[in-house]
Design a protein around this ligand. Structure first.
Ligand code: GDP
Length: 363
């Protein structure tokens, strides 16, 4: 787990970008992540957890492996980020709540659209949320394997598998693709297949994928790497200032009450004094254990955790500490580096709670 080690930090270093996956129900969000992780959350591997926000860290080595087939592009793209943290937000409330003091938690997003259904109600809602937060996104045009007569080439880059299809299949694909392009244009969005997108400022790229066969997934991952490294460098530079958000509060056998946290920037260390929002006022406690799931494993799925002395952003982290029972999901987590900072941070989280409550009452 070298990427997690703070001793490796240098000035100008990039952190792992945070990418959210969203879209209409049943478009294949969970299945896509399962395919990239080689897990089966969609099939019920971890019953019920798809109702919670998930976080999976993909180390760069795993992404390199999955984009191996895109040899030519790989030569052009230098992998500079330590990995990618993908956040899976099952409901839109969770995405809306996922804010760290006003700024969006996600650096970019994957909007999943079913090729057969095009834009659906929650696709539009997702687009509105992304526009509101100015979050750049790529469209995964999923379920290409459902085109009648499609011949799958597992894990192939899109151009490779498309070239192998018959003319009839290509025509069917193009027709469906064109329908989607037109419906996006009607909503005021210029979209275009990623292999033909020469102007990413004007056109949103659309990567055709299949979460069943893995086709197009190399393209999707490569796109995320290239895009974040090229256009979001300022957003993903590793800084010393800590930004962390509480996702869930959970009792884990053997660990007691824990909080799952997205560490978006900075470094967390074992023994750090943390201040978080609690239902009955600010909670001030010390990090007893700093844990992560295995790479490419879901934070929300109970698994074997790895314990760390310190962790670099971005990462989904489980924190075990005393007194976390009433911590409030969705609220920021702060670290008091000096004892004098505690009071100030307690005041800060009290204000957060007050504004969260008044937003809640207004809603
Ligand atoms: P979510 O609600 O967006 O997370 O969608 P799921 O991942 O649960 O998928 C919904 C259904 O679509 C499941 O039955 C999946 O097996 C199926 N599915 C997802 N992706 C694909 C795909 O690329 N091709 C095909 N044929 N089916 C898919």
């Amino acid at each position: 787990m070298q990427a997690l080690c703070a001793a490796n930090t240098t000035a100008g270093q990039l952190r792992s970008p945070i990418c959210c996956i969203l879209g209409h129900v049943d478009t294949g969000k969970t299945k896509l992540l399962d395919k990239i992780r080689h897990t089966d959350v969609q099939g019920g591997e971890a019953g019920g957890i798809t109702q919670q926000i998930g976080a999976t860290f993909f180390p760069i080595a795993s992404i390199q492996e999955q984009t191996r087939k895109l040899r030519r592009a790989e030569e052009k793209v230098k992998y500079e980020i330590p990995g990618l943290l993908i956040i899976d937000t099952p409901g839109h409330e969770s995405f809306t709540n996922l804010r760290s003091r006003g700024s969006s938690l996600c650096n970019m997003a994957i909007l999943v659209v079913d090729l057969m259904h095009g834009i659906e109600a929650q696709t539009e809602e997702s687009m509105r949320l992304l526009a509101m937060r100015h979050t750049p996104f790529v469209i995964a045009l999923n379920k290409i394997d459902r085109i009648y007569g499609w011949k799958p080439s597992p894990w192939a880059p899109f151009s490779e598998t498309y070239a192998k299809q018959t003319d009839e299949v290509k025509t069917l694909f193009r027709a469906k693709y064109q329908e989607v392009v037109t419906s996006f244009a009607e909503k005021g969005y210029n979209v275009c297949i990623h292999t033909e997108n020469k102007d990413t400022n004007t056109f949103i790229s659309m990567v055709p994928t299949s979460a069943i066969t893995g086709e197009g997934i190399p393209d999707l991952l490569m796109y995320l790497i290239a895009m974040t490294q090229r256009t979001l460098r300022d957003d993903i530079s590793l800084i010393n200032e800590l930004t962390a958000t509480v996702l869930e509060v959970k009792v884990i056998q053997g660990l007691g009450t824990t909080v799952d946290v997205v560490l978006s920037n900075g470094i967390l260390r074992e023994g750090d004094t943390i201040v978080v929002c609690g239902l009955n006022g600010p909670i001030t406690t010390q990090i007893r254990a700093l844990l992560t799931p295995q790479p490419c494993r879901e934070l929300r799925v109970k698994s074997q955790y790895t314990q760390h002395r310190e962790i670099l952003a971005a990462m989904g982290v489980k924190i075990s500490a005393q007194g976390l029972e009433n911590a409030v999901a969705g609220s920021p987590l702060h670290v008091a580096y000096e004892p004098e900072e505690v009071e100030f941070l307690q005041e800060l989280v009290s204000q957060d709670l007050e504004s969260a409550m008044s937003n809640f009452e207004r809603a």
